[in-house]
Ligand binder design. Structure first.
Ligand code: ATP
Length: 513
């Protein structure tokens, strides 16, 4: 078993060793929090995106796609509030010179308090066994109550300080809570400053006339400014959605969690336009839909939790995160936000163009309200990859490293091996590859023993391996070996397509509960 402390390290090194993720420009010692996806990584990423896109666009008659440019008119970011408010509060430790997000320091403090409370609960559970009444314990045990209260008070004070832009209050809180730098161990903090996360660039060669631009910090605005274009051309009626997958850029202050927090990343976003007043109903609807989408990939229920926002963003009247149990604890994987008519109205004001909908049922014209579902592709990648990675103890005392990726997302679906490199077996294996490659990512491998070839495919998550042996010549059959159970079955070559079709059927996956 890989213990949790080493799990994150194992994930990073496995991702590199097997061609999933490399540090960007590694030969120049890398670029902070920017990553490249290797041959297996790009396949996994492409499959995640296809799974999302098909679930959102193909399965919903009232959701259409869009691919807007990364560069947008700078007024976009004035209207959206990003120029004025897309800031993170940063704080430096004077001794270690390490930079932190001030809000994250307080959030981590609160999380640690909650973990302490949970430990007390777990201890008591063990001690009292079946007689344990958790509800009563949580509401009466002094220690547990104190831990929860400390966590809640810290978050409440942080939220109100941030809401009133009281940066001194945030610093005072950090000092009061006794939060120390994890590197220097000291509480020698600078003042808290606001830092805008957008990357600036310029359009045009002439310094006089060049226009300041920003790399988009979220894909959503490309959807909002195209609201009327899309609605008119696709003849969508409210409620309807626009989906988009694309790059976003944020000059993150602290970026030390591999692809979890990058400066260049990809978002899979869907903005769902609804009648004003109906937004909270749709907010609940999309919470459920998105939760079951995540569950369909087969990870444990306890690996997900909803986390309603303590501090709502400037555009939202309700917001929750779907958090996932990453190797470094529960963190945001997807945000679901009720964005009101904030964005469309702001663009209407600044552009002077109407972004409205004439509702044929109510005979009213209005600016729609919006529910957003926004999931980071890279965070999805990390969630799937880190949960899938296992070090398994085998019956013969050996261990194997296996990446138990959902088969529908696996980079290679099937690997085909000739048992030996002679007597016509490679030719049969190649024929199988030639036949399957039109529908699936297939791999041919004839090096080393079959056992080692299995191990190689286990490590990159290939769900099925097929071995061609002497019987294949006379019986037209092969051995299929299943990655997770390591079970082997003899089947006819002609049945391989049916097997793959069943195991990789999109509908079967999506409808899994
Ligand atoms: P966080 O609180 O972790 O910074 P956020 O609340 O700012 O995230 P949103 O603005 O809601 O994130 O963005 C939607 C989604 O985009 C997030 O749920 C996450 O999956 C992804 N995302 C945001 N920032 C990053 C990043 N720096 N690197 C990778 N993915 C990101």
């Amino acid at each position: 078993m890989i213990d949790t402390e080493n799990k994150f390290k194992a994930v990073v090194s496995h991702a590199k060793e097997y061609g999933f993720v490399f540090a960007s420009s590694e030969i120049y010692d890398g670029l902070g929090a920017v990553y490249d996806y290797g041959p297996n990584g790009v396949e996994l990423k492409k499959n995640i995106k296809a799974y999302w896109w098909k679930s959102m666009v193909q399965l919903h008659q009232n959701i259409v796609g869009l691919d807007a440019a990364i560069l947008m008119h700078p007024k976009t970011w004035k209207a959206s509030g990003h120029i004025d408010a897309f800031n993170d509060p940063l704080i430096d430790n004077k001794d270690s010179k390490k930079r932190y997000r001030a809000d994250v320091l307080v959030e981590e403090y609160a999380e640690k308090r909650r973990q302490k409370a949970q430990k007390e609960i777990d201890k008591a559970k063990k001690r009292y066994g079946a007689a344990f009444n958790e509800q009563e314990f949580v509401t009466t045990n002094k220690r547990v109550l104190r831990y929860y209260q400390e966590a809640d008070t810290a978050i409440q004070r942080l939220t109100s300080a941030l809401e009133s832009d009281d940066l001194k209050g945030v610093k005072d809180l950090i000092v009061e809570l006794g939060i120390k730098c994890s590197v220097s161990g000291s509480a020698n903090w600078t003042d808290v400053k606001q830092f805008n996360l957008m990357f600036k660039t310029q359009l045009g060669a002439d310094a006089e006339t060049a226009m300041d631009l920003y790399l988009r910090p979220e894909t959503a605005q490309g959807i909002f400014v195209n609201f009327s274009n899309v609605q008119n051309t696709s003849r969508m009626k409210i409620p309807f959605g626009i989906a988009q997958i694309g790059k976003a850029f944020r000059n993150e202050i602290v970026a030390r969690q591999f692809v979890f927090r990058q400066r260049e990343f990809e978002q899979m976003e869907m903005q769902f336009f609804v009648r004003p007043g109906e937004e909270l109903k749709w907010f609940e609807y999309w919470k459920k839909e998105r939760e079951s989408w995540h569950r369909s990939l087969g990870f444990k229920t306890e690996d997900y939790r909803f986390h309603p926002h303590d501090k709502l963003a400037h555009y939202a009247n309700a917001a929750t995160d779907i958090e996932f149990n990453f190797p470094f604890g529960f963190k945001e994987l997807e945000g679901i936000h009720s964005r009101t008519d904030f964005d469309l109205s702001a663009h209407e004001r600044l552009s002077g163009k109407k972004l409205q909908f004439f509702d044929p049922e109510t005979k009213e014209r209005y600016t729609p309200y919006v529910i957003e579902t926004s999931v980071g592709m890279d965070r999805m990648f990390l969630a799937v990859f880190s949960k899938a990675l296992e070090e398994e103890q085998l019956d013969d005392g050996k261990t194997r490293t296996v990446l138990k990726l959902p088969a529908i997302l696996a980079p290679t679906k099937i690997a085909v091996f000739p048992l030996v490199k002679r007597d016509g077996l490679p030719e049969i294996a190649q024929e199988i590859v030639e036949d399957l490659k039109w529908d699936y990512q297939v791999l041919y491998d004839d090096k080393d023993t079959v056992g080692r070839r299995y191990r190689r495919q286990d490590a990159v998550g290939t769900p099925f391996c097929v071995t061609v042996d002497y019987e294949s010549k006379t019986e037209e059959s092969v051995t299929v070996r299943y990655r997770d159970s390591m079970e082997q079955k003899r089947i006819k070559i002609a049945e391989l397509k049916t097997l793959l079709h069943q195991e990789l059927d999109f509908r079967n996956w999506v409808e899994r509960k």
